[in-house]
Design a protein around this ligand. Structure first.
Ligand SMILES: [Zn+2]
Length: 233
């Protein structure tokens, strides 16, 4: 059965890095071959649609200007198309679902898939610090920190547009995403990664659990390998 692994968390919590590390851990332990993995980032798809000023992109841009999340009616067809397009057996969703209705729609379009949701549960001030430091390359889009001057490709480093409105996005996360998380956090497909320092943590047990057969799974996994006190020292 194909697997969907959804990574969710507050804006700027480091989902991208977590996904990278998750895949690295899985491939290094021969649990997965990179060619069997597809990453679907609704955020990236939306950015591309807006950048290319497609019909859909213009509609989404309009709704964003009005200060709302892009409506499900626009996102769901995109997601469906991407799901059907991929031949990979492991489909990673980056930052989706964000609302209760997105979750319900995801459940309905992912029938026949083994759905897993990993919540990166991070402290707000840890994220805030990271956001203030984060830059992306305006040419290739890869991530940098503020102390770097240029990307190796020669591109200039800029703040991500979303990062400049992080406070608003965080408020929206608390208002619409957290209630959804609270409703589903005890389900057997839901994993909580409460880990402030991802650089040094070992994800093997999480990866093994998520990639294992559903029947053998615990209710949910709770990792807290490094305490936040340690980080503050
Ligand atoms: Zn670059």
């Amino acid at each position: 059965m194909k697997k969907i692994i959804s990574f969710i968390g507050a804006p700027g919590c480091g989902k991208g890095f977590l996904i990278k590390k998750f895949i690295e851990t899985a491939t290094q332990n021969n649990m997965l071959s990179p060619k069997n993995i597809a990453i679907i980032s609704i955020g990236n798809i939306i950015r591309t649609e807006i950048k290319n000023q497609t019909k859909l992109g213009i509609k989404i841009q309009k709704s964003k200007r009005e200060g709302c999340l892009a409506p499900d009616s626009l996102i769901i067809p995109l997601l469906k198309k991407e799901l059907h397009k991929t031949k990979a057996s492991i489909i990673i969703l980056d930052g989706y679902p964000r609302t209760r209705s997105q979750f319900e729609l995801l459940c309905s379009i992912s029938k026949g898939y083994d759905l897993n949701i990993i919540h990166r549960d991070t402290q707000e001030n840890t994220i805030k610090k990271r956001i203030e430091q984060r830059r992306i390359c305006s040419t290739c889009g890869c991530e940098h920190i503020a102390s770097e001057i240029k990307c190796s490709c020669g591109g200039n480093l800029v703040q991500r547009k979303e990062d400049t409105v992080w406070t608003d996005r965080m408020a929206e996360y608390k208002e619409v995403t957290l209630p959804m998380i609270n409703e589903i956090k005890n389900e057997n497909y839901f994993y909580i990664l409460q880990e402030q320092n991802l650089e040094d943590c070992d994800l093997t047990s999480l990866v093994t659990q998520v990639l294992s057969n559903k029947d053998t799974k615990k209710n949910y996994l709770y990792l807290n390998m490094l305490s936040s006190d340690k980080e503050n020292n």
